[in-house]
Design a protein around this ligand. Structure first.
Ligand code: OOG
Ligand code: NI
Length: 316
């Protein structure tokens, strides 16, 4: 065969080695997510069938408890080991959260497929600043973290298997956390599960690549979007536009026998506009790196609310 076939540039290459393993882990995380979140699964199907083109993911997101060794680092270590690069930090003082995002390895393949099988997504990982919580809440979080032993070393494994690394909590402990931080309560019952995947709107091919059309299409198809601060979240520079659904919920069996409905995950949409310095590039030449990169505190602050009681209990 020709040289270009050997190096895989002339046809869909089968990705090998460590990148194949990374993608396999992401696939497992996604299948846990799709099994638990019927809205996310239905929306991916709906957009895919409207497009008839492979969708790609802008980013994947995870939540953690920021206790030494258990926070962002516990999940980030996997991505760093597989070639991701640490990027900017974002702070959310009112929510007592911080986050970091990671960009995919520059030498990774396009993938040539749909979702995880396409270009590798950015990764967004946040953590609760646990030492700013009340003593009762800190005690509960530290108790479950202790029950996980060295579970912090297996955050990515737990996420891809859909397992908690700590014991199941009691309903009253869940409620104590929820009264102080809905993020904390979410993390206690969902652990390292994928919090959301984000469809890259600008890489769609139909009119849905305009996020306003995508939002309208999603709502007209009967799904609810997170309305916190308005459905469309826009960065101050006007170049990063985001929206998300209200999270699905599912029954969770607590350690004291109570079974109650808890929020699980949601799906997000992001449109990244072309940076001003590239505005004259012909559309066909525009690549992902010509567009607004990164995240935005003001947008993220409202997207966190996709799993809040306020949004889940909203009527209409
Ligand atoms: C993350 C919320 C922020 C974004 O893209 O800015 C976010 C979360 O809910 O854990 O996803
Ligand atoms: Ni996001």
């Amino acid at each position: 065969s020709s040289r270009s076939e050997q190096n895989g540039s002339s046809h869909k290459s089968s990705i090998q080695g460590s990148e194949a393993f990374l993608r396999g882990v992401l696939e497992s995380m996604q299948s846990v997510y799709l099994n638990r979140n019927p809205t996310a699964e239905a929306i991916l199907e709906l957009v895919h069938s409207a497009e008839n083109n492979p969708l790609c993911y802008d980013h994947l997101a995870f939540r953690t408890f920021g206790v030494t060794g258990y926070g962002i680092d516990s999940m980030a270590s996997f991505f760093l080991d597989y070639g991701y690069t640490r990027r900017e930090e974002l702070r959310f003082p009112a929510k007592k959260l911080r986050a970091l995002w990671f960009s995919p390895p520059a030498d990774s393949q396009d993938g040539g497929g749909r979702g995880i099988k396409g270009p590798l997504p950015r990764i967004f990982i946040s953590e609760l600043i646990v030492d700013q919580m009340s003593p009762q809440t800190q005690e509960i979080i530290k108790k479950y973290i202790a029950s996980s032993g060295n579970g912090n070393q297996y955050a990515a494994l737990a996420s891809s298997l859909g397992l908690l690394t700590w014991e199941k909590p009691s309903y009253s402990e869940f409620q104590q956390l929820a009264s102080e931080s809905e993020y904390a309560a979410w993390t206690l019952v969902n652990g390292h599960a994928l919090n959301h995947v984000t469809i890259s709107a600008h890489r769609l091919k139909t009119e849905l690549r305009d996020i306003k059309n995508l939002n309208r299409f999603i709502e007209e198809s009967g799904f609810r979007l997170n309305s916190e601060g308005g459905v469309l979240k826009v960065s101050p520079d006007g170049l990063l536009l985001q929206s998300s659904t209200v999270a699905d919920s599912m029954p969770f069996q607590f350690s004291d026998g109570a079974t109650e409905s808890v929020p699980c995950s949601y799906i997000e949409f992001a449109e990244r506009l072309v940076l001003p310095q590239y505005k004259n590039l012909p559309a066909i030449e525009v690549k992902e790196f010509h567009r607004r990169d990164g995240f935005e505190v003001g947008n993220a602050d409202k997207i966190f609310e996709s799993t809040s009681k306020d949004q889940l209990s909203r009527v209409g």
